[in-house]
Ligand binder design. Structure first.
Ligand code: C2E
Ligand code: MG
Ligand code: MG
Ligand code: MG
Length: 284
């Protein structure tokens, strides 16, 4: 896009957008080598029981330590990896690492209860025919029981999903793997549709938690959350809330009947040792 300005016919209309496009292109082409060179790493964020604050498990969140750009968050490269298909080997790597780490934690402190691990799946991974076999393989190699794994799929990835797409998730659910509906409440899905999905956990999107920041909280927001929780529980689904940043929010969400929570109020995502220390401290 070029615009004639100041007599210079070739002046770029939006140099920043062009710079971003160049960066995006550079990152996309660098992805495969980055995986081979081991530039990705995982941070873990605890999920806690709202009842007593004890650690329930952790969500694995991938990061890229780029040699020039420093640490990049998933929002900066997951869409690119999705687009090129590299998400499949990258996702397999994340799953393998996270499951191994969970098994290690379990072995290290059996007294802390069964620590669970949550791993995100993107739409391309859902469509990949190797999903079930790869997951079974990773679980068998590590020795982690399927019931300790939770795969998170966004609500929008499952909107309008047909049986072909749901089949692998159903197979995993039958093995005992939990399936969570991530970012719930942002996808405008039909609530009645929930019955048809092989999910056992709803992860209420951060936007609901943010709505609770106001004092007093909007009574309509509270009613909506209360309604979602009661519907979820009547369908035997557990409710996790994302993005809890204050003690007041945690208290409010606990009163509304949410089961588990995740957010900066408890801990930011961090290296595995940090979570290990946290859950050990919790067990004594
Ligand atoms: P998500 O699965 O909804 O993960 C929660 C995001 O909220 C994470 O962002 C986390 O760092 C952030 N968060 C947690 N607590 C708080 C809080 O109290 N306040 C605020 N403001 N934010 C909080 P992150 O790590 O940047 O990840 C973004 C998204 O990238 C994830 O959203 C997930 O959809 C995707 N993602 C991360 N790792 C993977 C992966 O291994 N594979 C795939 N396919 N997607 C991934
Ligand atoms: Mg998630
Ligand atoms: Mg989420
Ligand atoms: Mg989210």
């Amino acid at each position: 896009r070029a615009k004639s300005a100041g007599g210079n016919r070739f002046q770029l209309a939006d140099p920043e957008a062009d710079a971003r496009a160049i960066t995006r292109h550079g990152l996309t082409t660098a992805l495969p080598a980055a995986l081979e060179r081991g530039e990705f790493f995982i941070e873990y964020q605890p999920l806690v029981h709202l009842g007593d604050g004890s650690v329930h498990g952790a969500e694995a969140l991938v990061r890229w330590c780029h040699p020039q750009h420093g640490v990049l968050g998933p929002d900066q490269f997951i869409p690119l990896a999705e687009h090129t298909g590299l998400i499949v080997p990258l996702g397999r790597w994340v799953l393998g690492e996270a499951v191994r780490q969970a098994r290690y934690w379990q072995e290290r402190h059996s007294d802390g209860g069964p620590l669970r691990i949550n791993v995100n799946l993107s739409p391309t991974q859902l469509h990949h025919p190797g999903l079930v076999a790869d997951t079974v393989d990773v679980l068998e190699r590590s020795g982690l029981e399927p019931g300790a794994l939770c795969l998170e799929v966004t609500e929008s990835a499952l909107i309008g999903a047909d049986e072909d797409l749901l089949k692998p998730l159903r197979q995993l659910a039958e093995m005992g793997v939990d399936i969570a509906l991530d970012d719930f409440g942002t996808g405008y899905s039909n609530l009645a549709n929930l019955r048809r999905l092989p999910v056992s956990v709803l992860k209420l999107d951060r936007s609901f938690t943010q709505g609770m920041q106001r004092h007093p909280a909007d009574p309509v927001d509270l009613k909506i959350v209360e309604g979602i929780v009661s519907l979820a529980h009547s369908l035997q689904l557990a409710v996790t809330v994302e993005g809890v940043e204050t003690g007041a929010q945690a208290e409010q969400l606990r009163e509304l009947g949410c089961d588990t929570a995740q957010g900066w109020y408890y801990a930011r995502p961090g290296p595995p040792d940090k979570l290990h220390a946290l859950s050990l401290a919790d067990a004594v």
